[in-house]
Design a protein around this ligand. Structure first.
Ligand code: PLP
Length: 386
């Protein structure tokens, strides 16, 4: 679709955009321009190049992706840090209750954050349940429901609207992690009346390694929400050096000085999406991943991703020799990743992949399995997993 706009690893088919999106030419150009501004203007560039407004400007673009108003979203820190902040806010808003509910298969980083919060917050208890039993555990003890919308392993998608609605009926606030959703599936948080959301921008938005994460808070909470990190960049007038913290709206969640190089890479990367309908991208992604799933199943492989339309941007397969298979594929120029135990993830992003790429990927898998290349000692597990 936009392949010529990307700089992709040479002689490779890049199926790892669910981990780190590739570099676009506009992202590269934007970083180069920012470096030049730094060189020529130094500190003046905060004003002359409008770096000081960059976070707000790029946040406005993210708002469109997730279906919210511009004043409900901000960009800062990492997903982990933003999750900490909104979890603390939500617990404070619902302080009569003490349970954070989540699923056992949530992304481990999110579980770690919630475990940390429950360590520091007197009486707060983290409850993890099987995803299929989620509804049974929604009750009036739960303060906050914390879920990842698209599962990082099998790409299964939760019904955001139905779950949020059910939680609200029971007085539960809901936080969604959209790291594997934004740029991969169509989102409309306002329509689902979501309370809080966080997510990264370096996967399907191709913002670059460690690009700033976003944080969304529904406007209905703006008046009463508080944040545990009252960063000076979120102060109403940071350069007045007021001794008392004062802030309004979602910018309350801003921390310290923004990472301008990363923000500018992201700003460039988002230009790629201009004039592309999210629904069109999603339809194409489903078409390509359906094709991949059929090809994998014809090879007798076990696809564990959902076969219906409730699937994120990648396809996952389980294999007894998944590690060796993933390493052999990478050495043959098909860039995938491995997640223990036994999982290979293949990201089917029509922004920079063609149907022909998917065909080549299937052929390579077939060749490796037929020649048993994946069983060679050099592809067995003894080194670092990426
Ligand atoms: C679903 C999900 N949540 C949270 C994170 C953690 O993000 P970060 O390392 O940017 O804090 C990731 C990282 O891949 C993720 O996939």
């Amino acid at each position: 679709m936009r392949k010529e706009h990307f700089i992709l690893p040479s002689n490779a088919i890049y199926l790892c955009g669910h981990s780190l999106g590739p570099m676009s030419k506009v992202a590269q150009k934007s970083v180069h321009e920012t470096l030049s501004q730094w060189g020529s203007e130094a500190v003046k560039a905060w004003n002359t190049a409008h770096w000081i407004d960059a976070s707000k400007q790029v946040s406005a673009k993210i708002a469109a992706f997730i279906g919210v108003a511009e004043n409900e979203v901000t960009l800062c820190d990492s997903t982990s840090v933003n999750l900490f902040k909104v979890l603390m806010s939500a617990l404070r808003l619902n302080s009569a209750r003490k349970v954070i509910l989540t699923t056992e298969d949530n992304f481990p980083a999110d579980l770690y954050i919630a475990q940390g919060v429950s360590l520091f917050q007197e009486g707060v208890q983290l409850k993890t349940v099987h995803s299929e039993a989620l509804y049974e555990h929604l009750d009036e003890e739960v303060a906050v429901l914390m879920l990842t919308h698209v599962n990082y392993r099998d790409a299964a998608v939760y019904d955001m609207e139905a779950i949020t609605k059910k939680a609200h009926q029971l007085g539960i606030l809901v936080i969604w992690d959209l790291s594997h959703s934004v740029g991969a599936v169509s989102l409309n948080l306002n329509a689902c009346k979501v309370d809080f959301a966080v997510g990264c921008t370096y996967k399907y938005l191709n913002g670059g390694p460690g690009s700033p994460a976003f944080l969304y808070v529904n406007a209905c909470h703006h008046e009463h929400m508080e944040t545990p990190i009252q960063g000076w960049m979120g102060h109403q007038t940071p350069f007045d050096f007021d001794l008392q913290y004062r802030s309004i709206g979602v910018s309350k969640y801003l921390g310290g000085t923004p990472s301008i190089l990363s923000l500018k890479a992201l700003e460039g990367a988002l230009e790629i999406f201009e004039s592309i309908e999210q629904t069109h991208l999603y339809t194409l992604s489903m078409e390509y991943s359906d094709f991949l799933i059929r090809g994998l199943e014809e090879l007798g492989l076990q696809v564990v991703s959902p076969k219906n339309q409730r699937r994120g941007g990648h396809v996952a397969l389980m294999h007894d020799e998944a590690y060796g298979l993933s390493r052999a594929l990478i050495s043959e120029g098909v860039i995938v990743d491995y997640r223990a135990p036994g999982l290979i993830r293949l990201c089917v992003n029509p922004l920079y992949l063609s149907l022909e790429d998917i065909k080549v990927c299937i052929q390579q898998i077939q060749r490796i399995l037929e020649t048993q290349m994946h069983l060679l000692a050099c592809y067995q597990k003894s080194r670092k997993v990426t």
